[in-house]
Write a protein of this length. Structure first.
Length: 283
């Protein structure tokens, strides 16, 4: 079986073209949309990602403020910065970069982000709005999975989707989004008994656990669609996913590449969220 590559480049390009046009229109009637990237770590991978977001924002006409609080920042310092940015009318969107300093959880500090500016949908309020089916920003990585599958015309209604990973920034919000598309969802995690038995029963498998090569050929059935959300640094410095692509290729009907699959769509959606937040703020 030839495995189709579900690339995200075309979708990301289309999203970015729309975002750039809307950002320019917004700037003409006032200030450019503005996003604040709040960082409290010294992680090289995080620094690379923040830099890529900054460059993406600049390309699209979005102003970007990077606030480095330091790897030893306290929860109080992080919350104060998030609250200040939430109250700042010049800031349209806020993103809190992970990882956070040791002992600080995303849940305890992200609640300081005002929901209308929570462009990555990480706060408890944003997650609650999603679970309730109410309007709010959705975690961009989770949204990118659904949007990429739709772009490639992969049916979701009535399909069984196994999501491997239950984080608040990918697995849980993704399950809610898939339910809204009328899919039947199984969320798998580290305590799941016989993971291959569960995932091989699914029509679509989404790997989002942050573990290199966790999903292999034995985890999927013939003809399944596999979405790899993982972005892990391999020993040689390359970026690899959660899926062992070689063992899956030829058995899966389709597979997202890493890099070039979910990543570019996630960044594009984050930038679109910033512009949407700016548009809503001006109404």
């Amino acid at each position: 079986m030839d495995t189709v590559s579900l690339t995200g480049k075309e979708l990301a390009a289309a999203l970015n073209a729309d975002t750039k046009q809307r950002a320019a229109a917004h700037a003409e009637s006032g200030a450019a949309p503005r996003v604040a990237l709040i960082v409290a770590n010294d992680d090289p991978a995080s620094a690379w990602y923040v830099n890529s977001l900054r460059k993406a924002a600049e390309r699209l006409g979005i102003a970007c403020d990077t606030v480095d609080l330091g790897a030893d920042a306290s929860a109080e310092t992080i919350r104060a910065e998030l609250a200040a940015r939430s109250a700042d009318p010049a800031t349209d969107g806020i993103m809190l970069q992970t990882p956070l300093p040791a002992g600080i959880t995303l849940e305890e500090v992200s609640s300081a982000i005002a929901a209308p500016k929570d462009v990555d949908g990480v706060s408890p309020l944003s997650l609650g709005l999603l679970a309730s089916g109410l309007e709010g920003f959705v975690a961009a990585t989770s949204e990118s999975v659904v949007e990429l599958l739709k772009h490639h015309q992969v049916p979701l209604a009535g399909k069984h989707v196994a999501v491997v990973g239950r984080s608040n920034i990918v697995g849980k919000p993704l399950a809610q989004l898939l339910l809204a598309e009328n899919a039947t969802v199984t969320v798998c995690h580290s305590k799941t008994t016989d993971l291959p038995a569960v995932t091989s029963a699914a029509d679509i498998v989404v790997a989002a656990a942050g573990r290199i090569g966790l999903v292999t050929g034995k985890h999927i059935r013939e003809g399944a669609v596999v979405v790899d959300v993982g972005t892990n640094e391999a020993a040689d410095g390359s970026i690899v996913g959660d899926v062992d692509a070689e063992s899956v290729r030829g058995k899966a009907a389709a597979l997202t590449p890493v890099p070039g699959g979910i990543g570019p769509v996630t960044t594009a959606l984050l930038m679109r969220h910033v512009v949407v937040a700016a548009e809503h703020a001006r109404r």
